[in-house]
Design a protein around this ligand. Sequence first.
Ligand SMILES: Nc1ncnc2c1ncn2[C@@H]1O[C@H](COP(=O)(O)OP(=O)(O)OP(=O)(O)O)[C@@H](O)[C@H]1O
Ligand SMILES: [Mg+2]
Length: 265
Amino acid sequence: MAIVDIDDMYFHYPRAALGEGDEGWTLRGISFEVTAGSTLGIVGESGSGKSTLIRVMCGLLRHQRGTVRFEGQEIGEFRGKGANELRRKNQIVFQNPRRSLDPRMTIRRSLTEPMRALQGRKPDDDELIVSLEKVGLGREVLPRFPHQLSGGQLQRVGIARSLSVDPTILYADEPVSALDVSVQAQVLNLLMDLRDELNLTLVMVSHDLGVVSRMCEEIIVMRDGRIVEAGRTDAVLTRPESEYTAALLAAARLASLEREVEAPG
Ligand SMILES: Nc1ncnc2c1ncn2[C@@H]1O[C@H](COP(=O)(O)OP(=O)(O)OP(=O)(O)O)[C@@H](O)[C@H]1O
Ligand SMILES: [Mg+2]
């Protein structure tokens, strides 16, 4: 069953200079479905519209043409309590936890905020500790401020925060690219474990095709606001139909060869 269903969707930012046809639009003629419980990877060069697309999908940005449905309902038609539920069910883990967490708030307060805003409740420390433990952290981080935690710890807080309101879809926009290489795999493994344990649908933007092929059964390749290729990840990555995907793959192979040369064995 499709949890998100997008049909011929177009989006532009305010004051975009629109021209003939689809000129000037940031997203153009986007159509695809996300199957409930699946993991979708979104790849494509910088500026191709990946982050914009996930913001439209979860209702943070409003498309101007076409349809975006969440659980069968047009996303622009959620109102009042429904709009709150839409926000609760669609959570995002951002690229840079140092920028997405308020530096003036303790971790306790940052973790409490989504539950207060979206569910009108105030969790006690015991509940916060349970969510911290799910991401491999302990109670000692509750009184700390973001600058007192490592990047990896902060991203774990970001994940705990997103999961605290019991979402159905988790969006992750380059969730590890701001982190030390040494902790990237741990955070990705954590995301996969939580996805399986909580039965989440996961939509992940990544420039790392290796990560996408390990984590995602479906993939979308974007370029210039359009989908150039989509399908099962194994099929798309072994037999790409577009030259663009083939070029992305070649670049990825080159990068991984260079890493091997830098760090032999
Ligand atoms: N707030 C904004 N206002 C106007 N234009 C924007 C805004 N945010 C992004 N854009 C433009 O929209 C296009 C798509 O940007 P987007 O951030 O979605 O790309 P991306 O694929 O996520 O890139 P990256 O891999 O660098 O994160 C780009 O041309 C970008 O300059
Ligand atoms: Mg982006």
